[in-house]
Design a protein. Structure first.
Length: 768
């Protein structure tokens, strides 16, 4: 490993020196000055000092172009496009060139006429220039109000495509606190990708790309404070600083610290029986009051250095949860053929965690119009947890202790080149993951399944990928790629090699799409993806839930493979996405009755193969000062599972109505309604719920004030049923949804710089 690291550093240094000496390669992107939207099919002429044209080319769909020519003194570029002013740029030039739109004034005068959203072959792009959501303080709050985004769960999810990976200027976001430290007013545009290419990883279902405005020279700072009142108080403070020099050096740092907590009322119902005695029915009703309180800390520091068309940088991130405490006070009523038993229990869980993450990157323009991108990561994490359950005043005491240590080395290299009207990318990835879990457990009730265990997992992953994007004209676009991943896993249980759990896999994952762009944009695509279970899901130890229910992992889990065919349509402000997915070995949690230990067990398993169909629809409207957006998802599947076999084929839907009201004196108000319908997803059945939220926003000079209230009418319930095998499990949870939050943000010099690195193996970091 040390030799590999030294070799990588030497190679990295040589590439930097080589790139500095090659000043005749031009590879840049053309963006609009106002909102940093790529200028497609702009004419770029390479001119000599006497204005004699040496060469000419067009920018592609993403605004990219390139020349490979000897650089002579006085040479310049002349860039022209319909709707933009002709711009001359002296060589050598930056990797990003901004040109001014000629219709800027018209968009300001005609209020509400500007279209902020446009379709792309792989999703959609939203301009933030003049967009009212850019006034919502931080990037986290602004993204929640964008089309195709579902924020009903408190986080960010792409409608019908799950939790996205998020990039800021090509650097992958490791923590939501990073979005909180980025001012929404500093964002130029946001791209939402619902059909990611091969370079984003095999398990990525959606991507959000955030691009910030052009960097200004000097010192920039943002300070923000948030306070939220619900069942528990939550507070957070974010500070972001950076300094950018004319020579291309950017030094940056962020600090975030906060307290958060919640209270919930929980009701669990377990109805179960043994297959050997189906007439003997059992039922457990558990009523619990849960409370949680935790601290969080995030700090990072890094730098970028831009020289010519090249960039290098490094960043260190530290995340820590110094203290987290969960407590529960429960009463369980157990019934069996007329007899009843009551158990009162008190639960406590104390945990803490920390993570160190170092990322380095290099982005270079090489001869022959070749782009080179290198990313490398080192991650080290540590987590401890200690829990105890006291049943009936110490009649039965249960103790659990878990220590988890993990490390990751990873690297990624990407080569790109544009040949005529075709963009080609090829690259490889490598990662080495080490994960160690030490578990101790005991019970005065002599539960034999609680036993000490040590699990050591080593995984080596190798991947190669290639992709292309062909744009023959303004109407048609074809794209695709191929990804090959090979994983080798060594699983040791109590220091003994488990050959049955040590696995090797090779996955070949193609993707292909074609897009037609006229007054209506349509995209047809196919994509194969694979996702691997988290390392904690492989843990074979038991955790107490109720007197009759325990949770455990499953070391025999295999990866999930999906084949998706989709058709997307974009017309003006209407979006319709449809997809058909073949799911193989999908991982989900099921319930079963254990005859040996006479308990119910919830654990992840690989489901049988099944198919699913999904529709996502978005319609944006404008009525003067009122701007509503209607969003909906329809999902249906044909899953059959269990012993006895059950069908899970009830259609599921969600529906939301998001409203923005433009109020005089630069006030904006938002009123949103979200409804979750009934239906199945995997083996889970949703019993439906709904909620309403209100937000009021005001910008004054460098200050942004945002007041918001969630679940205004206190209607939200987490009501789900999971009926599998011989166990019918239902849960009804109320709390941690209703709150009122005040956010205050001050910005000193907008348009700040952001670190440009990318995490090379985000999926492995998430699994840890």
């Amino acid at each position: 490993m040390k030799r590999f690291f030294i070799f990588f550093i030497v190679l990295f240094s040589n590439i930097v020196m080589f790139a500095q000496n090659q000043n005749y390669n031009i590879r840049s992107r053309v963006l609009t000055l106002e909102d940093s939207i790529p200028v497609s099919f702009a004419t770029v002429r390479l001119m000599q000092t006497d204005s004699v044209m040496v060469g000419s080319t067009l920018t592609d769909l993403n605004g990219l172009f390139g020349f490979d020519t000897p650089l002579k003194e006085g040479m310049f570029l002349s860039i022209s496009s319909v709707g933009c002013k002709t711009t001359d740029v002296i060589l050598p030039c930056d990797t990003t060139i901004y040109i001014e739109s000629t219709n800027k004034l018209a968009e300001v005068v005609v209020r509400g006429s500007k279209r902020y959203v446009k379709g792309t072959p792989r999703g959609l792009q939203i301009s933030m220039a003049g967009n009212p959501v850019a006034k919502l303080g931080n990037a986290m709050e602004a993204i929640k109000y964008l089309p195709m985004i579902d924020a009903s769960g408190g986080g960010i999810s792409v409608l019908g495509h799950g939790t996205p990976v998020i990039y800021i200027n090509n650097r992958l976001v490791r923590s939501i606190s990073e979005l909180s430290s980025l001012s929404a007013n500093d964002i130029s545009n946001v791209e939402i990708i619902t059909n990611p290419s091969s370079k984003y990883g095999a398990n990525v279902s959606s991507v959000i790309l955030i691009r910030t405005k052009k960097l200004n020279e000097g010192f920039h700072a943002v300070a923000a404070g948030n306070v939220s009142a619900s069942e528990e108080w939550s507070e957070s403070v974010d500070v972001s600083l950076n300094y950018h020099t004319e020579s291309g050096l950017t030094v940056l740092g962020d600090l975030s610290y906060g307290f958060s907590g919640f209270k919930q009322d929980r009701h669990y119902i377990e109805g179960f029986y043994s297959e050997s005695n189906p007439e003997s029915k059992y039922r457990t009703d558990t009523y619990s009051k849960a409370k949680s309180r935790s601290q969080s800390l995030m700090a990072d520091a890094g730098l970028n250095y831009d020289f010519g068309n090249n960039s290098i940088g490094a960043k260190y991130t530290f995340q820590r949860t110094p203290k987290s405490h969960y407590s529960g006070n429960a009463k369980s009523v157990m019934e069996n053929q007329g007899t009843e038993d009551v158990i009162a229990s008190i639960s406590d869980l104390h945990s803490q965690s920390s993570m160190h993450h170092v990322n380095t990157f290099g982005s270079f323009s090489l001869p022959a119009n070749i782009g080179l991108r290198i990313d490398a990561d080192y991650v080290k994490s540590y987590r401890t947890s200690n829990s105890g359950v006291d049943e009936n005043n110490s009649t039965n005491m249960i103790y659990n202790s878990n220590v988890s240590k993990a490390s990751l080395w990873s690297g990624k290299i990407v080569l790109s080149r544009k040949i005529s009207k075709v963009e080609i990318e090829a690259g490889s990835e490598i990662s080495y993951t080490r994960n160690n879990q030490d578990y101790l457990g005991s019970s005065t009730g002599n539960q034999d399944f609680i036993a000490p265990e040590t699990d050591n997992v080593k995984q080596n992953l190798y991947a190669g990928f290639v992709g292309f994007n062909w744009t023959p004209n303004n109407t048609w676009n074809m794209y695709g790629g191929l990804r090959l991943e090979s994983t080798n896993t060594d699983f040791r249980q109590n220091n003994v090699l488990r050959e049955d759990l040590s696995k090797s896999y090779t996955d070949l994952l193609p993707n292909l799409g074609i897009s037609f762009n006229s007054s209506i944009r349509m995209s047809l695509f196919y994509r194969a993806s694979v996702s691997r279970p988290g390392y904690q899901s492989l843990d074979n130890t038991y955790v107490y839930v109720t007197p009759t229910l325990w949770e455990t992992g499953n070391p025999e889990l295999r990866s999930t493979l999906r084949h998706k065919i989709g058709l997307n349509l974009y017309y003006k402000k209407f979006i319709l996405q449809s997809s058909f997915t073949m799911n193989k070995r999908n991982v989900t949690s099921i319930y079963r009755y254990d005859n040996t230990d006479r308990i119910n067990v919830v654990q992840p398993v690989n489901l049988p193969d099944y198919n699913s169909f999904q529709l996502v629809a978005v319609q944006q409207l404008d009525f003067g000062f009122w701007h509503p957006t209607i969003q909906g998802v329809f999902y249906v599947q044909d899953l059959k599972y269990g012993s006895p076999v059950r069908k899970y084929n009830k259609p599921l839907y969600t529906l939301s109505l998001n409203n923005r009201f433009d109020i005089p004196s630069s006030f904006y108000a938002y009123f949103n309604l979200f409804g979750l319908g009934t239906g199945n997803q995997d083996v889970i059945y949703s019993r439906g719920s709904w909620q309403a939220s209100v937000t009021l926003n005001k910008t004054w000079r460098n200050w942004v004030f945002t007041l918001s209230a969630n679940d205004v009418f206190n209607t939200w319930r987490q009501k789900i049923d999971t009926f599998t095998n011989t166990v019918d499990y239902s849960s009804d949870i109320q709390g941690a949804s209703r709150s009122i939050t005040l956010s205050i943000r001050y910005t000193l010099n907008a348009a700040k710089g952001k670190y440009k690195g990318k995490t090379s193996r985000q999926d492995e970091i998430d699994r840890l």
